[in-house]
Design a protein around this ligand. Structure first.
Ligand SMILES: NC(=O)C1=CN([C@@H]2O[C@H](COP(=O)(O)OP(=O)(O)OC[C@H]3O[C@@H](n4cnc5c(N)ncnc54)[C@H](O)[C@@H]3O)[C@@H](O)[C@H]2O)C=CC1
Ligand SMILES: O=c1[nH]c(=O)c2[nH+]cn([C@@H]3O[C@H](COP(=O)(O)O)[C@@H](O)[C@H]3O)c2[nH]1
Ligand SMILES: [K+]
Length: 500
């Protein structure tokens, strides 16, 4: 007879935290959110830790090199998606490894034929003073000049005039080659009184920019996720088919950690992929596995050598796998079961295998609940897709700004990936293709989320995640409390109605 588990499947939304005693030494600044990313013997540090326990989903619409760099700056980690040819994914990884701190991707760009009115709106929306002019308006086009708020004034100049008419042309500007060091770039900025130093390749293309104001800003990133050579760390997704080719290519490109990307990790395919990485490649790179929703599957993957195990089937914001295949489990129930098995496994073997909570976090406080239930770190898709740094398009619908966001199991993801196995029409889709409300830049959003997490942990009397795992007190909410939450209050404009 089939096994029917005795409890109901519960989501993160069904729990609240009951405060513990907060003492003097338990203040937001004292909270250490750092987490182990990969397996390690108990009592020894994990070879890979992150200061901010957030990682980006292995998805086309989420993890571009730009997002991975921004996330590494704030202490998290990005995962380049695997739904693309091996060479393209390896290029993403090496773009992050080659990126030099302080040299930023030029995000405010225009072209010579744009109007002054357009530039003025661009600068206002971005709260910036200066835009880079390239022949095609792209961040890697031929560098043509700079134009900023000091170059024109709406009352003195016709806003229908072109950028070309008022820009400072490239041949009059100080630029530097990509080989320049950050300290030399900063010396040039101060000596020449520049606000922006364009970094230009030998053939005249824009490579990156260095901003005077980043000189101060850079000091804020005290928790960057960097390797021994001070390069940003980056993870990458792999699959259980082409791993013999993909893993070596990603290692060659400099990937710091890999993760098998699948809706269902409890399979012999994942065991074989892990064995290949651990035994044949001698563990040159740690490989995480998943996704799972119970202790049996955790143990199977931990035994096969998984560096970490990812938890979550069907809970993602773009997920329809529960509707399509009827598989999955409430994220809270899954975490409780898997975390208990992780702790038993650690006791029995002396090895701690971290678990990652993946998908379905709709409010910041859901992250706190996930940590309280035992998650070591959290993977987010929708959350990061909303930011400037994600690779998807910004669109305006009914006067509101949105970013596109689609699942890896959607037809759209498959169309982008259209590269290998011949068959491209999916028999059925397992993800939706849609939009999420635009939320601006990653930096202030992650800072706000981290501040909320610290505040929750202070209320719960915990200054580290292991303390939080051990001491958190949770309670299930009743149907009635959902109804109470719904009392109607009309919001003043500007105040936030959601958890984010
Ligand atoms: N976390 C979630 O709830 C969900 C995630 N997704 C995402 O969608 C994407 C696709 O996921 P899946 O469809 O699970 O991909 P998958 O590649 O893991 O599995 C697809 C099918 O191929 C089979 N398979 C895998 N390796 C094989 C091999 N070497 N030989 C023969 N058969 C093999 C599997 O058993 C499965 O039936 C991933 O990016 C995943 O993260 C999709 C649905 C739900
Ligand atoms: O059912 C699904 N169909 C899909 O097409 C799909 N694509 C991604 N994922 C999973 O969702 C996670 C991100 O979830 P959030 O947007 O809720 O953070 C991701 O990290 C994945 O685990 C999918 N699930
Ligand atoms: K399975």
């Amino acid at each position: 007879m089939a096994v029917i588990l005795p409890e109901v499947s519960r989501t993160l939304n069904e729990y609240l935290l009951v405060p513990n005693l907060t003492t003097e030494d338990c203040a937001p600044d004292a909270v250490d959110l750092s987490a182990p990313l990969v397996r390690h013997p108990i009592g020894q540090p994990s070879p890979l830790r992150i200061a901010t326990p957030l990682v980006s989903a292995i998805m086309q619409a989420v993890s571009s090199p730009r997002l991975a760099i921004a996330l590494a700056q704030t202490g998290g980690l990005g995962f380049a998606h695997q739904n693309q040819p091996i060479a393209a994914q390896a290029r993403m990884v090496s773009a992050v490894k080659r990126h030099k701190a302080g040299f930023r991707h030029s995000d405010i760009n225009t072209k010579p034929t744009a109007t002054l009115g357009e530039v003025s709106r661009l600068l206002q929306a971005a709260e910036r003073d200066i835009a880079v002019v390239t022949d095609d308006g792209s961040p890697t086009g031929l560098f043509v000049g700079l134009i900023g708020s000091r170059d024109f004034h709406p009352q003195r100049h016709d806003l229908n005039d072109t950028v070309a008419s008022r820009m400072r042309p490239a041949d009059t500007l100080v630029t530097a080659p990509p080989t320049i060091s950050l300290s030399d770039a900063n010396t040039l900025i101060w000596d020449q009184r520049l606000d922006l130093l364009p970094i230009v390749t030998a053939d005249g293309h824009l490579a990156s920019i260095v901003l005077r104001r980043d000189y101060e800003l850079h000091k804020q990133f005290r928790n960057e996720t960097i390797d021994a050579e001070k390069r940003f760390r980056i993870g990458a997704g792999i699959n259980t088919r082409d791993f013999r080719d993909r893993i070596p290519a990603l290692v060659e490109a400099g990937a710091d950690v890999l993760c098998i990307d699948s809706s269902d990790g409890y399979s012999v395919w994942q065991q074989r992929t892990l064995r290949y990485a651990v035994e044949e490649l001698g563990g040159v790179v740690p490989v995480g596995a998943g996704n799972v929703v119970d202790g049996r599957a955790f143990r199977y993957l931990a035994d096969a050598g998984a560096a970490f195990v990812k938890v979550g089937i069907g809970g993602g914001s773009i997920c329809i796998t529960r509707d399509q295949k009827g598989i999955g489990r409430g994220q809270a129930s899954a975490l409780i079961d898997v975390a208990a098995e992780r702790d038993r496994y650690a006791e029995e073997t002396g090895v701690y295998v971290p678990i990652c909570c993946d998908g379905g976090l709709l409010a910041d406080y859901h992250m706190a609940v996930a940590f309280a239930l035992g998650a070591d770190f959290i993977m987010l898709g929708r959350y990061f897709a909303r930011f400037d740094e994600s690779p998807s398009n910004l669109v305006k619908l009914d006067g509101q700004l949105f970013k596109e966001y689609w699942g890896e199991g959607s037809q759209r993801a498959r169309n982008v990936a259209r590269y290998d196995q011949g068959e491209t029409e999916l028999p059925f889709e397992e993800g939706v293709d849609g939009y999420v409300p635009y939320a601006g830049s990653l930096y202030p959003n992650v800072a706000r989320t981290v501040a909320k997490l610290r505040a929750t942990m202070v209320s719960c009397g915990a200054t580290t995640l292991p303390d939080f795992h051990r001491d958190a007190v949770l309670v299930q909410v009743s149907q009635q409390s959902y109804l109470q939450n719904g009392a109607e209050v009309r919001l003043r404009s500007g105040s936030s109605s959601t958890g984010q």
